[in-house]
Design a protein around this ligand. Structure first.
Ligand SMILES: Nc1ncnc2c1ncn2[C@@H]1O[C@H](COP(=O)(O)OP(=O)(O)O)[C@@H](O)[C@H]1O
Ligand SMILES: [Mg+2]
Length: 225
């Protein structure tokens, strides 16, 4: 047995666009080991976001399979799949995707509510997560009252809500200035090194890619060797 946590087999994805098929992925095979930090790099439009969404079960491939801890993700009913996603995967997006009407604390708490975590447990875990991302003093702020870097910290705390084994981050620093970006990368790297969270990150930054254990280069929907 290897300790492959996430594996894709022959993934393809085509999007219909004005009657033509856009081939976004053309047979992607990869394996991510538990505890790894893997960067996914490649030019704009090469399929990075598509790959990450499919790996995380947020989108179906046109063909191929995704194995999460050995489980064929898309062989499960939607409800079980949602549970697998919730229990194992945390997502971080370039555009933060926070709920605008909820405070920082409520955003972090939201996935815990979905996972039926008891309220008493939720409250202390939210506090601890906000502390971990350095935002204890912003718990009651709405997203609009936070800077980009602070929003991304909330999003990272939210991604950790259900103690995921793996974090999938799609250009998490794409909307941030370089100093703030460096802080967010340090935070993510810390989760990988200290807390052994497996990290798969799409990035355009050669520096960020250099801090990963390895990089996967995508081009025209395929892995380049
Ligand atoms: N919803 C969609 N409908 C049609 N084409 C799409 C859609 N999403 C992505 N694409 C196309 O698929 C290809 C890969 O896109 P994407 O995965 O977003 O690449 P990247 O993240 O590397 O920039 C691109 O050609 C893009 O235009
Ligand atoms: Mg993208």
């Amino acid at each position: 047995m290897t300790n492959i946590i996430l594996e894709t087999k022959n993934l393809t994805k085509s999007y219909p666009l004005n009657g033509v098929e856009v081939q976004a992925l053309r047979g992607v095979n990869l394996g991510i080991e538990s505890g790894e930090f893997v960067a996914i790099v490649g030019p704009s439009g090469c399929g990075k976001s598509t790959l990450l969404s499919i790996m995380g079960g947020l989108m179906f491939p046109t063909s191929g399979q995704i194995f999460l801890e050995g489980e064929d993700l898309n062989a499960h009913k939607e409800r079980e799949k949602a549970q697998l996603r919730r229990d194992h995967i945390g997502y971080v997006f370039q555009s933060f995707n926070l709920l605008a009407d909820l405070t920082a604390a409520e955003n972090v708490e939201f996935p815990m509510v979905l996972a039926n975590m008891p309220e008493s447990e939720r409250r202390s875990w939210v506090q601890e997560l906000l502390k971990r991302v350095g935002l204890s003093d912003k718990a009651d702020h709405l997203p609009d009252e936070l800077s980009g870097g602070q929003k991304q910290r909330v999003a990272i705390a939210r991604a950790l809500a259900n103690r995921p084994d793996i974090i999938l981050a799609d250009e998490p620093t794409g909307n941030l200035d370089s100093a703030t970006a460096a802080e967010i990368i340090d935070l993510l790297i810390g989760l990988n090194r200290k807390d052994s969270v497996t990290l798969v990150m799409v990035t355009h930054s050669p520096d960020d890619a250099a801090s990963a254990h390895r990089s996967i280069h995508l081009r025209d929907g395929q892995i380049e060797n």
